[in-house]
Design a binder for this molecule. Structure first.
Ligand code: 4SX
Ligand code: CA
Ligand code: FE2
Length: 336
C-alpha cells in the first residue's frame, strides 16, 4: 500500500542558486561587473550576489571548486513549519534528506532542509534569510545589465511528465507547455509566484542545470547587455538572442559565463495569479514557440547544460532524454 503523500511545503518562490565556478575572480567579473549583481558578501572561495530589487541576502552564490556544477537550487518556504513539511514530504518519497542548521550551510541563510528530489536535483528549502539594504532606488549603484532579481530555474530532465507531476505535487501551477500532436509533453513552465515560472523543464539528459533566468526591468537592459559584451570583444559569451520568446512572451538574451553556466537576461513576462489560470499550450511544430519571430534555436542551447551535485558534493549521473525536441522538424529551427 503506497503511503499517502505528506502535505507539501508551502513554496513562495525560486529564491537562489549556488553554483560551483573554477575561477572566482573571472566569475565575479561576469556576474557582478557585466550582469550588474551587487556583491552582498564575499569571503575566500565564496561570493553572495543579489539583484537591485532583492531585499534578502542573495539570489546567486558562487563558490570556487574544481569543476563547474550546480551545488543546489533553493526555494523559499512561507513559514519555519514548512521546513518540517519539506523533511517529511521527501522522506515519504524515500529521497535523501538533510537538515542544515544556520551557520553550516550557505552564508546568510537560516535553518534549511536539503534534499535530492525525485528528478535527481539538489534542492534546498529555507525560510529564514538575512535581510539586506534596500537598493531598489539606488540608481547610482546600477551597472552592466542591471539585473533586478532571480526569476527562474530551468532544468534539463529526461522525463518531462515526471517533472511536471513532481512539481504539481508541490503545488506549482503550469502557465505554458510545448506539446506534440498527441499532447506528449516536451517542455513545461511552472510557478508559485504569480508570474510565468519559478521552474521550467527542458527535455534532455539530466539531472542538469540548463540556465538561471535573471529579470531586468526593461528590454533596453537586455540590449545594453549584448552591446556591453560586444564593446569589450567578449561577444563569445552571447549564446542566443536577443529575441522575443513565444512561451512567456519575455524579451531575452542567453549568455554563458566563464565556466559555461548559462544565464538568461529576461524581461516583461506576465501575471498568472488568478484562480483557475489556464495553461497556454504550444505545438512543438510551431516555430514561434521558442522565438516569436521564428528565429532558430541553436544546437548548443538544446544540448549543453551543467552537471549537478549530490548532498555530498559528488556529481550526479545523468540519464538520456526520452524525447528530443531538437530532432522534431519544425520551420525555422528544423534541427536534426
Ligand atoms: O524558448 S522559450 O520560449 O521556450 C522560453 C520561454 C521562457 C524562458 O524562460 C526560457 O528560458 C525559454
Ligand atoms: Ca516595461
Ligand atoms: Fe528561461
Amino acid at each position: 500500500m503506497t503511503p499517502a503523500p505528506a502535505p507539501a511545503p508551502d513554496v513562495v518562490r525560486s529564491a537562489y542558486a549556488q553554483l560551483v565556478v573554477t575561477d572566482l575572480a573571472k566569475a565575479r567579473w561576469f556576474w557582478a561587473d557585466m550582469l550588474g549583481f551587487h556583491v552582498q558578501y564575499e569571503a575566500p572561495g565564496i561570493i553572495c550576489l543579489r539583484g537591485s530589487d532583492e531585499l534578502t541576502h542573495h539570489s546567486v552564490v558562487l563558490r570556487e571548486g574544481e569543476a563547474a556544477a550546480l551545488d543546489h537550487i533553493a526555494y523559499r518556504v512561507r513559514t519555519p513549519a514548512d521546513l518540517d513539511r519539506a523533511e517529511r514530504f521527501f522522506h515519504r518519497l524515500d529521497r535523501p534528506v538533510r537538515r542544515v542548521p544556520r551557520g553550516e550551510g550557505t552564508p546568510g541563510v537560516g535553518d534549511a532542509v536539503r534534499v535530492v528530489d525525485p528528478l535527481g536535483f539538489p534542492v534546498e528549502f529555507f525560510h529564514d534569510i538575512d535581510r539586506a539594504e534596500r537598493l531598489i532606488q539606488r540608481y547610482d549603484l546600477r551597472r552592466g545589465a542591471e539585473v533586478a532579481r532571480l526569476d527562474h530555474f530551468n532544468i534539463c530532465t529526461p522525463d518531462i511528465p515526471a517533472a511536471y507531476a513532481h512539481y504539481r505535487s508541490l503545488g506549482f501551477g503550469c502557465s505554458e507547455t510545448i506539446e506534440g500532436d498527441e499532447h506528449e509533453l516536451y517542455a513545461a513552465w511552472m510557478y508559485r509566484k504569480q508570474t510565468v515560472h519559478d521552474v521550467a523543464f527542458t527535455g534532455g539528459a539530466g539531472p542538469r542545470l540548463h540556465h538561471l533566468g535573471l529579470a531586468t526591468h526593461e528590454s533596453h537592459h537586455v540590449l545594453r547587455c549584448a552591446d556591453l559584451f560586444g564593446s569589450l570583444r567578449k561577444e563569445h559569451h552571447i549564446e542566443r538572442g536577443p529575441g522575443r520568446h513565444g512561451v512567456s512572451n519575455a524579451f531575452y538574451l542567453y549568455l554563458r559565463d566563464p565556466d559555461g553556466h548559462r544565464v538568461e537576461i529576461y524581461t516583461s513576462d506576465y501575471y498568472t495569479g488568478d484562480p483557475g489560470h489556464e495553461t497556454y499550450r504550444w505545438n512543438v511544430h510551431d516555430d514561434r514557440r521558442r522565438d516569436f519571430w521564428g528565429n532558430a534555436v541553436i544546437e548548443s542551447w538544446y544540448r549543453e547544460a551543467a552537471p549537478v551535485l549530490d548532498l555530498d558534493g559528488e556529481p550526479q549521473p545523468v540519464t538520456d532524454a526520452l524525447l528530443d525536441e531538437s530532432s522534431v522538424r519544425v520551420g525555422a529551427d528544423g534541427l536534426g
